[in-house]
Design a protein around this ligand. Structure first.
Ligand SMILES: [Cu+2]
Length: 337
């Protein structure tokens, strides 16, 4: 039979192993929010500092563990052992353990401060200027020089510097696209900046990284880095007048135009509301409600029937559309490419 203490030891060991397995199970090098595969100059700078701090910390942890193990074994209590010499004060040791941490802090501070200055430097005058407006709980992207406004899906050209100005009308948010840049807070009444040059075409996931209320966790975004020519095509499509809808979509347009939607949403040539996302080219976006759902007629119709059922706390009210009306409006919105 096992004695009590052996059982306890087994229990502690299995709970410990389970905790480690669960903890490590959450780790993935290439998850959508990875910080370990940088795809811009900004993200590489952050990873550089992260690497230095990690290896310094690992080295210190190893040294401490080895010394601790050695002391535990070498100086363990023995039967009949005499009392070891009792020391008070040791000048060399005290100077040593003051200087050593100072050196560690210096090793961390120098690259950190370099990167702070590099990532805070004024962006190149030639950079593409984009204003990011963080709302509860969605992102607005304005390209003033290109006269383009969109939401939740940011397009940028590869290999070209972009300069973001971060602004917000309500509470503090934080712009974070781990593979490209951030986190940088979006503070009402203060314009923060963030500049980066994306390496290559691809799609990157971003997320609000500062708790901002009920649907904070649902405040995601997609960043699409395009080949420069594809970016030009995207800009052209955003600026083009939307095609006149036909069939069900035409019915949807009529319902949209006589509903409260027009007070909150802009569709160029149709309405000029400014409380919700610009829907002029809604159909060109792949996702709905800040990256929460794929954008299809079904999901958009469900959204229009009852936004807060899909996104807790959403500032868009349910407007009492019937299923048929919601499907018609959804067909219209999805047709706006
Ligand atoms: Cu937020």
């Amino acid at each position: 039979m096992l004695c009590r203490c052996a059982l306890t030891r087994r229990l502690v060991a299995s709970v410990g192993a389970l905790a480690v397995a669960l903890g490590l199970g959450g780790c993935a090098r290439d998850g959508p929010m990875t910080t370990l595969i940088p795809r811009s100059d900004f993200a590489r700078s952050i990873l550089h500092v992260y690497g230095i701090i990690t290896w310094v910390a690992v080295a210190i942890a190893l040294i401490v563990a080895v010394v601790l193990a050695w002391v535990l074994v070498r100086f363990r209590a023995r039967v009949d052992a005499p009392l070891p010499p009792q020391t008070r004060g040791h000048t060399a040791l005290e100077i040593g353990w003051t200087i050593a941490p100072a050196l560690v802090l210096l090793a961390i501070a120098v690259p950190t401060i370099q990167v702070i200055f590099r990532t805070q430097a004024a962006p190149l005058r030639t950079a593409l200027q984009i204003t990011v407006v963080a709302h509860q709980w969605w992102w607005e992207f304005r390209y003033p020089a290109l006269e383009v406004v969109t939401a939740n899906e940011l397009h940028v050209p590869a290999g070209q510097p972009v300069a973001l100005t971060l602004d917000g009308p309500d509470v503090i948010h934080s712009f974070w696209v781990p593979q490209l840049g951030g986190k940088r807070d979006v503070v009402p009444g203060r314009l923060n900046r963030l500049a980066f040059t994306a390496d290559a075409p691809g799609e990157y996931r971003g997320q609000c990284a500062e708790f901002c209320g009920l649907s904070h966790a649902n405040m995601g975004m997609r960043v699409v880095v395009d080949e420069p020519a594809a970016f030009e095509r995207w800009v052209g499509a955003q600026r083009a007048a939307p095609a006149e809808p036909t069939g069900l979509a035409a019915e949807g347009k009529a319902i949209y135009a006589r509903s409260a939607c027009v007070g909150c949403h802009t569709i160029r040539g149709v309405s000029t509301g400014a409380l919700g996302p610009d829907l002029t080219t809604f159909g060109s976006r792949r996702t709905l409600a800040a990256g929460m759902f794929p954008s299809t007629v079904e999901t958009v119709a469900a959204w229009l029937r009852n936004p807060t059922a899909l996104k807790p706390g959403s500032k868009m009210p349910a407007l009492g559309l019937t299923d048929d009306q919601a499907r018609a409006v959804a067909a219209y919105l999805v047709s706006l490419k």
